[in-house]
Design a binder for this molecule. Structure first.
Ligand code: PLP
Length: 852
């Protein structure tokens, strides 16, 4: 309960208007979850404050509101509390409540399995006491007020997660709550990038155990070297728990695992308890149960009673929680989070229960592993290779696990690297799951693997038992998400990309092969991810510009045929054969040199001949083509697969293009009549695809239209094809300049009157062109903000005089849509005096692509 007057007192707040509700059951950070029993808190966030949501919260019936300024909406019937900083107010209230009710505090900390431990400890203590276990799905300090909100005044014990995300967090936590008991089971030295060393992380935990008073208790996992080491720092009594290391106070042994529970025998001093079990999976969670027994014992709950109570525990969503999957498969949902320790623990459990089951492991990118990202994912791949029959990864980092699994002996036919949820599901569907299968789903928070869990449920009514994040809290978290680590980023919507490609596929007759052109990093969209989506959506052939681009795809495990459209240097030609790539031939001497270079190889070099039918670029002239083919026939290590030409004006001059096609078809006919076996004759780029079936021949090579852009301003795309790429940044600073103030290099802009401007952390070093012409505006809060002054190397400035409420952290759209408005590549192309192709490919490659 939160009492209005406690809150006012504690937070030094001021009532605005008449008070209404005086008691609230909970805080609410998400306006969409507000109701009459909740107190809505408008937190300041890196993306700005949530003031704009106050009206929404009130409309949805919030009983009270905490804010910094008087709301500019009707507040009758709502208790409005004004404070200097709403976050600080919640913290002050927490301290006040703990002082008022003085419960015993159990702090559960460490890198993993904290929620399970909180739940087990609270459950055991509740055998004897009033207990409140705070297992709120929020990280950082906010966890404390949110947990306290539904504590009862007579609760004697309070069990809290002490979550440290960065140096200094523990000091802040201890400043709010002084624990009597501290529990640490796992410490992961593959620490996130907020820490510079494992020792720095350990310092946080040292601080916690040191803070426990002499009459308190510290419980440590003796099997975890880092946790065990903390004992040295402690003045309070220490209880250790273990399964492997002898000499621990509470020892579990004879561990038996299956897909529903974990059995064990327990030894404490000379006491033995045999054939006990918990309804949680794996040794990893058994540590939490042992820690709970130790805490219970300290508080006067005898071991035997505690052991009995533990059999009544229930699993927590997303923590090795067993669900029934499609086909009756055991769906083991471990999707809540993933660091090295918990991922290792999950795979260890799988290897213990596997027996004759088929084990399918679905692994998403793990949480932040700082410098260990590559090493960590590869290590997980090695472990997966030993336990999994099928491994499906989601995301670019997890793909490294897939590769290392193959490197370590896993059959590449059973390993998939996917880049979207849809792709993962398609891969799973190839294995008709049955009750003999175990599917383990694991991934970091940002991988959002809970979507996969939900899609694989046998019974949709189990959905409430899957992971739900508090949506607003995620955003209001003190730490910015990974995207905001970058100054600007690209978002590619794979669902749109997939739809576009599907629509193109439907424009083609069945016999026409769809070759997706993904040169130039898929026109800036990210080649590997685009290739996956294309192959998923009806393309069966890929085309790139160079060998380097082709090898990037092969390295990512893509096995589809790949045509290299431009030149392949002679020294790379053996690699082309080894990697099963198809090259383009446009000259007889070139072909002869290739043939000599691959003469002693087992497989022939596959090639397509490019014919110049009027573009005047690469290719053999149409009138010389037949002649060349006669000589090509003599090259014994080359295998002809196709013949193609390219249009120069398919977007403008239909007559010229028709003549090109006619000429090309004559060449193809002559070549085939002379007995050459040509599987693919092809000519159509996007413009050609749009011109209709007479251009499609055996294969088409669309590029630009796949990405949702028209090949020329005059050409209409079919309905349903939309741009898939957005380029975004955030507002860095907002300030108001007086009249007559200059902006940017060269004083190229001078304010006419007082003008509010916003600085953006993006410049020509990212691909935001400076000259001769630049972008004209960007979108902020759904409105156009014009660029003013010159674009700098990594900064640009816009005027936001006319846009209300712009704050640092606001999303800025350089390309893409926001609110009701959109800036398209076509529009930018007009500003810059170029074509949409150049707009998207000019965003530099260091700008990260986030694929959703
Ligand atoms: C780039 C390219 C394409 C794709 O062209 P779009 O206009 O983007 O559809 C097709 N064929 C060749 C040879 C290309 O170089």
């Amino acid at each position: 309960m939160i009492s209005l007057y406690d809150f006012l007192n504690a937070a030094n707040g001021q009532l605005f208007g008449e008070p209404a509700a005086q008691l609230f059951t909970n805080f609410c950070l998400d306006p969409y979850l507000a109701d009459s029993s909740t107190l809505f808190v408008a937190l300041q966030t890196p993306r700005g404050n949530t003031d704009q949501y106050i009206e929404e919260a009130i409309q949805r019936g919030a009983g009270g509101v905490v804010c910094t300024h008087p709301p500019d909406c009707e507040t009758d019937g709502v208790s409005v509390v004004m404070v200097r900083d709403p976050f600080d107010a919640m913290i002050a209230w927490s301290k006040y409540i703990l002082k008022k009710y003085t419960p015993h505090i159990v702090a559960v900390s460490g890198s993993s399995a904290k929620s399970v431990a909180v739940k087990a400890i609270a459950h055991l203590l509740s055998q004897k006491y009033g207990v409140h276990g705070g297992d709120i799905d929020v990280s950082g300090l906010l966890n404390i007020p949110l947990s306290l909100a539904n504590m009862r005044p007579d609760d004697e014990y309070l069990v809290l997660k002490f979550d440290v995300e960065k140096p200094g967090d523990m000091a802040d936590l201890l400043e709010i709550a002084s624990p009597d008991i501290a529990v640490i089971c796992h410490i992961d030295c593959y620490h996130p990038s907020t820490f510079t060393s494992c020792n720095q992380l350990l310092d946080e935990y040292r601080m916690l155990v040191k803070a426990v008073p002499e009459q308190g208790l510290v419980v440590l996992n003796a099997d975890d070297a880092q946790a065990a080491e903390l004992a040295e720092t402690v003045t309070a009594p220490v209880r250790t728990v273990a399964m492997d290391v002898f000499g621990a106070d509470l020892m579990a042994y004879n561990i038996l695992t299956d897909t529903a529970r974990t059995g064990f025998d327990l030894r404490f001093g000379s006491e033995r308890f045999v054939a006990r079990w918990i309804p949680l999976l794996g040794k990893f969670h058994l540590y939490s149960a042992l820690a709970a027994l130790a805490v219970g014992q300290y508080a006067g709950v005898p071991l035997d009673r505690g052991l009995r109570a533990l059999t009544k525990l229930t699993p927590i969503a997303g923590r090795l929680s067993p669900l029934r999957g499609t086909g009756g498969a055991a769906l083991i949902d471990d999707s809540y989070s993933a660091n090295m320790i918990s991922t290792h623990g999950a795979l260890e459990w799988l290897s213990d229960v596997k027996y004759e089951h088929q084990a399918v492991v679905i692994l998403g990118d793990m949480d932040d592993l700082a410098d260990h990202t590559q090493l960590g994912h590869r290590a997980v791949g090695i472990q997966a290779a030993q336990v999994a029959d099928v491994l499906i990864t989601l995301g670019a980092q997890a793909a490294q696990a897939a590769r290392s699994a193959v490197d370590h002996g896993m059959d590449s036919q059973s390993v998939f690297s996917a880049y979207s949820v849809e792709e993962v599901l398609n891969a799973v569907r190839r294995y008709h799951l049955t009750k003999d299968d175990i599917v383990l789903i694991k991934g970091g928070r940002e991988a959002r693997m809970e979507h996969i869990t939900r899609a694989l449920l046998d019974n949709p009514e189990d959905e409430p038992n899957t992971v739900r994040y508090m949506p607003q809290v995620e955003e209001t978290d003190e730490h910015p998400g990974s995207q905001t680590l970058y100054t600007s980023w690209i978002e590619v919507d794979t669902a749109i990309l997939g739809d576009n490609i599907g629509i193109i596929r439907n424009m083609l007759a069945d016999h026409v092969t769809l070759c997706a052109v993904i040169k130039a990093d898929a026109y800036g969209h990210g080649a590997v991810a685009t290739a996956h989506v294309a192959l998923q959506s009806g393309a069966t052939y890929l085309a790139v510009a160079s060998m380097t681009e082709a090898l990037e795809l092969r390295d990512a495990g893509i096995e589809a045929p790949i045509l290299i459209l431009t030149y392949t240097p002679l020294h790379a030609i053996r690699q082309a054969v080894r990697s099963n790539l198809t090259v383009t031939i446009f000259d007889l001497e070139q072909a002869r040199a290739y043939d000599r270079a691959v003469r002693d190889m087992r497989d022939p070099l596959k090639y397509h001949v490019k014919v110049d039918t009027g573009m005047g670029r690469m290719g053999v002239l149409a009138r010389d083509a037949l002649h060349m083919f006669r000589y090509l026939a003599a090259l014994s290590h080359m295998q002809l697969e196709g013949i193609y030409t390219h249009f120069s004006v398919a977007d403008e001059d239909l007559d010229f293009t028709r003549e090109q096609v006619a000429q090309f078809k004559r060449v193809v006919q002559a070549v085939r009549a002379s007995g050459f076996d040509v599987t693919y004759a092809h000519c159509a780029n996007s413009a050609g695809v749009l011109q209709g079936p007479e251009f499609h021949m055996d294969m088409v090579r669309p590029g630009v239209m796949m990405y949702g852009m028209a090949p020329a301003p005059g050409l209409q795309l079919p309905p349903g094809i939309n741009p898939a790429l957005s380029w975004k940044t955030t507002v860095l600073q907002v300030k108001t300049l007086p009249a007559g103030h200059n902006v940017g290099y060269g004083n190229a802009y001078t304010t006419q009157e007082t003008e509010k401007i916003a600085i953006l952390p993006v410049g020509y070093a990212d691909g935001l062109r400076r000259s001769p012409r630049s972008w004209q505006s960007v979108l902020i809060r759904g409105q156009r903000a014009p660029l003013i002054g010159r674009v700098s190397m990594e900064k640009a400035t816009v005027s936001v005089q006319h846009i209300a409420g712009v704050v640092p952290g606001d999303e800025v759209v350089l390309l893409g849509s926001q609110g009701d408005d959109a800036i398209t590549a076509d529009e930018v192309a007009r500003w810059l005096g170029t074509i949409n192709y150049e707009v998207v490919t000019n965003i530099l490659r260091h700008v990260p692509r986030t694929i959703s």
